[in-house]
Design a protein around this ligand. Structure first.
Ligand code: SIN
Length: 528
């Protein structure tokens, strides 16, 4: 390999959200770790997480048990019970450790403040700075990472593809900020690259959430599962030309209601828990009302204005920038794609089916969320499974570099269309995914999505190019996986709702609805 420019480290972590940094911190006990992020270090869904992090902080058995039960119930029976057990039992330890590292959660008097969100049977959600919990977790973890001499944070480095030889992951090809592409070798690689929200026209996710980890894992031969389960957050700001800014579920936890333009509430017609039913139920109710021509609003005006401003400072500030005073005005909302329950299939230590390749956080499918994630379990999953992966990396074997490896390089870049072409592909595919593979699907809409995807099949053959080109390929691969998963599950359950299909009866099974890129190509792309 010496004829090529390359870099080496012990462990490579792709992504700098909560799961990635937490994994890196543990792994740094066993070797040098490099965290790659394609954008700014703070560009992640974790950073934007508002509501909080759920945990039975007092570690009392009955509280752990009720957290377990709420998670399983919200997941509509499709959670992997072992994964949920780990989440709720190890969660409190991970939070206490974070507090020891300097995380500042909000308190009322001397006690940590605990909030309620949808489908929680009790208030167990910790928060920071009112509605900026993710930012506080990232601040704490980044500070700790910066004081660690075994850990390097590399922003603006885009991981293009995994290097896999003989079924073993050896590293990744990286596109650096100068436009150079080179191999970065490691004896353990962790995908912690977050979710896929950018597959859809409307999402609360940051621009970086283009499903890169899932797509590169698919290209490398990994198995994905639960891809049909996309969580649409019920309440994102809905304004002409406005961004779908997240309006935390914690607002409903504090008493905010959903209503139409005449201030008429409707949620109790859909579920006895009304606004605090699980997210999939609230989202579909809003969608149903909107399809009947209603404009839908979030209303928190009945609460004390000073309390609201103090409790939700980020939301208050952002809404004011759009001309909405949340203490006086109804807030126009609509659902938006928010979280991927599925992803790269892993075991309980985050191992994938490719040796030396791990996955943690939103990119991974441990089965912890089933068909619908319980609110505020995402940051917890990142902490718990990130730590497990970091610990498991001590098992990574020393690597042997193959002298045959041909790096992707400038010289073998195929001629690539202008970026404008990729912008058009993305816009059309995102609109199609939103309309046809979104909150409510049908057999006909899924067939339309296959047709649209096939029109862009040429994108699958690119191997190098601009970041936009490579992200477009990733978005299309993730779309293909999602469409196949949605076509395969012929019943409605949790976040997957198929018109005219029976309500899901299939129980949890670790091997259901898992497939690889070969199957996706056969079933979706070569289908006539
Ligand atoms: C929210 O604050 O509503 C989002 C938190 C989450 O996704 O669990």
């Amino acid at each position: 390999m010496s004829q090529y420019f390359h870099q080496t480290t012990d462990f490579l972590v792709i992504g700098s959200g909560v799961a990635g940094i937490r994994a890196a911190l543990s792994a740094s006990r066993y070797g040098r770790v490099v965290i790659l992020n394609k954008g700014d270090l703070h560009e992640s869904a974790s950073q934007k997480a508002q509501g909080g992090v759920a945990a039975a902080l007092n570690e009392e058995e009955s509280d752990i048990e009720s957290h377990y039960q709420d998670t399983v119930d919200a997941g509509h029976g499709l959670c992997n019970p072992e994964a949920v057990r780990i989440l709720v039992e190890e969660g409190p330890k991970r939070i206490l450790e974070l507090i020891e590292w300097g995380a500042r959660f909000d308190k009322i008097g001397s006690q940590f403040a605990t909030a309620l969100e949808g489908a929680h049977s009790k208030g167990r959600i910790l928060r920071a700075k009112g509605d900026a919990t993710g930012a506080e977790l990232i601040r704490t973890l980044v500070e700790r990472a910066k004081g660690n001499s075994n850990l390097t944070l590399l922003p603006s480095h885009f991981a293009i593809d995994l290097i896999v030889e003989d079924g073993v992951c050896r590293g990744v090809f990286v596109l650096d900020p100068a436009g150079m592409i080179y191999p970065f070798f490691a004896r353990g690689v962790v995908l912690a690259s977050g979710g896929v929200g950018q597959v859809f026209a409307r999402t609360t996710n940051p621009a970086v959430a283009t499903g890169d980890g899932i797509a590169m894992a698919l290209r490398a031969g990994a198995t994905v599962s639960d891809m049909e389960f996309i969580q649409f957050h019920p309440t994102a700001l809905f304004l002409p030309n406005g961004v779908p800014f997240l309006l935390s579920e914690a607002m409903r936890g504090e008493g905010a209601s959903l209503c139409n333009a005449k201030r008429k509430r409707f949620m109790s017609a859909y579920h006895p828990d009304a606004e605090l039913a699980s997210r999939d139920i609230v989202t579909r109710a809003i969608w149903n009302e909107m399809r009947r021509g209603e404009a839908i609003y979030l209303d928190i005006t009945h609460l004390n204005a000073d309390f609201v401003r103090e409790r939700f400072p980020t939301i208050d500030k952002t809404c004011l920038e759009w001309g909405i005073d949340i203490t006086r005005d109804l807030i126009p909302i609509a659902p938006a794609a928010h979280y991927m329950m599925g992803g790269v299939k892993t075991d309980l230590s985050g191992r994938t089916n490719i040796k030396q390749l791990w996955a943690a956080g939103e990119v991974a499918a441990t089965g912890v969320h089933g068909a619908n994630r319980l609110a505020s379990n995402a940051l917890l999953e990142g902490l718990v499974f990130g730590a497990r992966v970091g610990e498991d990396l001590k098992e990574a074997q020393p690597y042997l570099l193959s002298p045959q490896l041909k790096p992707l390089g400038q010289e073998n870049r195929p001629p690539s269309p202008e970026n404008k072409a990729y912008e058009i592909v993305q816009a059309q595919m995102k609109a199609c995914m939103w309309n046809d593979v979104g909150i409510i699907r049908s057999c006909a809409s899924l067939d339309r999505a296959v047709k649209q995807l096939k029109a862009f099949e040429w994108v699958f053959s690119i191997s190098c190019g601009s970041r936009l080109a490579l992200e477009t390929r990733n978005l299309l691969m993730v779309s293909a996986a999602l469409i196949l998963a949605a076509k395969t599950r012929k019943e409605s359950v949790g976040a997957h709702f198929l018109e005219n299909a029976p309500i899901g009866q299939t129980p949890f099974s670790p091997d259901h609805f898992s497939f690889n890129w070969e199957t996706i190509q056969k079933e979706i792309l070569s289908e006539s």
